[in-house]
Design a protein around this ligand. Structure first.
Ligand code: ADP
Ligand code: MG
Length: 395
């Protein structure tokens, strides 16, 4: 850095902050200033230093830099406009420098010490106005830089959320595939013994001396085994479909479940059980009614199995806040706590000969595919309630 002689009046007249100030006054002003030349790479202002002077660029190119992590620095701004003020912010605020300034080309500047700066501000309104203008330009630029940076961060966040959603979907798909794989091997494994039984009974029936009642008994066993496999096959299919094939439509509740309810009523009546309905709440819901039918069907089948000595299934619905609530309760044998915790697990079946353990896993996957939730609440020897919460669709 080199210090030159004080600036000439002609020089000051060319610089915007001093335009419009009379020659006599410029003479005084020039005596308050120093002229300096900084070589490329030299530091004019060190970040975090206490401010003791401010500058006006005569010519050259300066960079405003701020250190970030470690040794790295970020360029905040370039100063290359003749007459540009800089370093006045910290002086006005009486705060350490928020950034440093380095010459990028040989640059000539005017330097004003703090006391002289205050004198300039006190005596020359034109100069004060220039300082105010410079500060407000700086603030506006900082604002838009900040907003730009925020927008950039927002976009990054959106990208990350998008990626997470994709990963999550891939995981769900994978999980479904691995369950399907498990199911297929379970089916193959389960198939072996009963197939031998079926083949055995079929052969027995073929023998002439077989009494009629025996034949009826064996054909029943065969029919049961076959229907068990049918159920397995259906459930495998229902599970394999997943949410990708949901055909969601916005439908009016309760209209969209009328048919389901009358089917359930019919099935329960066949088994000498009754259905009580308390359908409240009108709402639009985003639903695939065919798939959702299986939710009711599976819950009603389980309830019927739990009420083999007779009982009542109650379906109660209502709207609470932005959710449609459905409660499906039975008066069956209920479950103990540790059973309740596992009922939605795939292949969990308890105290049954022919359970696949998939009924409630399917129920849950259909409900979640509808962005809903399902919970169970049961009392051993009293009964069980399943509660489904579905989001209400906006019109
Ligand atoms: P599965 O019916 O093939 O056993 P589910 O997934 O449908 O499989 O049900 C899992 C288990 O949860 C059943 O085996 C049963 O023990 C229990 N369960 C389900 N629903 C009820 C209910 N309404 N009352 C009592 N127990 C139930
Ligand atoms: Mg079941």
């Amino acid at each position: 850095m080199r210090t030159l002689e004080t600036p000439t009046i002609e020089l000051l007249e060319q610089l915007e902050p001093f335009a419009g100030i009379g020659r006599d006054e410029l003479v005084k002003i020039s005596s308050l200033m120093q002229r300096r030349v900084y070589e490329s790479g030299e530091t004019l202002i060190r970040e975090a230093d206490i401010a003791t002077k401010f500058f006006v660029l005569i010519h050259g190119r300066l960079e405003v830099i701020k250190s970030i992590e470690g040794d790295e620095a970020e360029t905040l701004n370039i100063i290359d406009h003749s007459g540009e003020l800089f370093g006045e912010m910290a002086l006005v605020e009486d705060k350490p420098r928020s950034a440093g300034i380095v010459a990028r080309e040989p640059s000539e500047v005017l330097v004003v010490q703090k006391e002289e700066f205050l004198e300039l501000v006190n005596h020359f309104p034109q100069f004060t106005l220039e300082v105010a203008k410079s500060i407000s330009t700086y603030l506006r630029r900082t604002d838009s830089t900040l907003i730009g940076a925020l927008e950039e961060k927002n976009r990054e966040l959106e990208d990350i959320i998008h990626e997470l959603q994709e990963t999550r979907q891939a995981l769900v798909d994978n999980e479904r595939l691995s369950i399907i794989g498990k199911m297929a091997s379970t089916i193959l494994h389960d198939l072996k013994n009963p197939m031998t039984t079926i083949a055995g009974f079929a052969q027995l029936i073929g023998l002439k001396e077989m009494p009629y009642e025996e034949i009826v008994k064996y054909t029943k066993i065969i029919a049961q085994q076959v229907s068990h496999f049918n159920t397995l096959a259906q459930e495998l299919q229902a599970f394999a479909r997943g949410s990708s094939t949901l055909q969601l439509q916005i439908l009016d509740f309760p209209g969209c479940i009328n048919e389901t309810l009358s089917n359930i009523q019919f099935n329960l009546a066949q088994q000498k059980m009754s259905l009580v309905t308390d359908i409240q709440g009108q709402a639009k819901i985003n639903i695939d009614p065919h798939r959702f039918y299986r939710v009711y069907e599976n819950l009603a089948n389980n309830a019927a199995e739990a009420m083999s000595e007779g009982g009542t299934l109650t379906i109660k619905t209502y709207v609470n806040k932005s959710k449609l609530i459905m409660e499906i309760s039975d008066t069956g044998h209920g479950m103990e706590q540790e059973i309740q915790e596992k009922v939605f697990d795939e292949f969990f079946t308890y105290k049954k000969h022919k359970g696949t353990g998939l009924g409630l896993a399917i129920v849950k996957s259909i409900v979640t595919d509808h962005k809903g939730e399902i919970t169970v609440n049961s009392k051993f020897n009293v009964g069980t309630t399943f509660t489904i919460k579905l989001p209400i669709a906006k019109d």
